[in-house]
Ligand binder design. Sequence first.
Ligand code: 1CP
Length: 305
Amino acid sequence: MRQAGRYLKSYRKMREKYTFLEMCGTPELSAEVTLQPVKELDVDAAIIFSDILLPLRAMGLKVYFTEKGPFVFGDEISSIDVGKMLFTSEIMYILKKELTDKTLIGFCGAPFTLMSYIIGKGKPDENHTKYLMYNQKEKFKNRLDIITDSMIEYLKLQVESGADMLQIFDTQAGILSPSDWKEFALPFVKKLIIPFKGKIPVAYYVNGMSGILNIVEETGTDILSIDWRVDIKDCRNSDKIIQGNLDPAVLLAEKDTITEKAVYIMKTMRQKRHIFNLGGGILPQTDKNKAKFLVEMVHEWEKEP
Ligand code: 1CP
């Protein structure tokens, strides 16, 4: 989850010189930022420095990142021109050379989440999204189809360029009722995952969906990445690999609290297939030393029989 970003001094220093888009679009810079948390924290995986909204620029939309957050303009979306995303390949080629014993994670936004960002012009608007979902159902689903097919192309590009694992972020799907999730999220996520089944591990990240963990299993994902609102013990019997789910805010606490909360997760998932991770993006005010402390503790714990 958002390993790079604003909590690292090295990142903030680079951000003084370049805009976020410059950093994402310049392979050498993006690769350098991707590597910062790997070098500084010794995490086991690197997620490429980009954003779920970036490929929308190759789909006929305008996307900007400002102090106030992202902005997305334009209503008509078209299928992705993957040629415009080739800088992503270049980033991955650079990273593959550097990351010999670490997993390289490629990613994209899930169709419903991207749709919410498009409708909200960069800031998801729950009610307006649902209004269009109910009142312009066919158009809504057509657009979800275009997004799904485009993200398949974009993920394929990342796999061809060396991704070891894929993560699909469905940060907004938690606003849906279980039946709406089944209609407006599930079929598209399923379709998105199918081309990669058995070829490369796919993680599906859900946020705020504790009530429907069982149906989320239907996506066909290999790894279910969960937020911190779920008690991880409720996932112990899942047939998926579980990824998560420490509350990122725990890293603002003292070390004994960090230890207590992390150990609960590790003890609960002992003997299970589990990837330790935060349940959401790391907070900008996080002290790097505490993040490092957590990584070291998890590594120590893994060594125990
Ligand atoms: O420096 C800055 O001002 C830019 C801040 C920033 C960063 C560091 C944004 C804008 N995006 C990112 C990078 C990013 N975003 C990565 C790359 C890996 C990394 O940094 O380590 C990834 C995987 C994302 C994914 C992303 N972007 C999600 C899904 C995951 C999640 O956090 O829920 C979402 C919803 C976004 C949208 C987005 N991008 C940026 C902002 C400010 C937002 C709005 C939502 C938010 O604040 O999280």
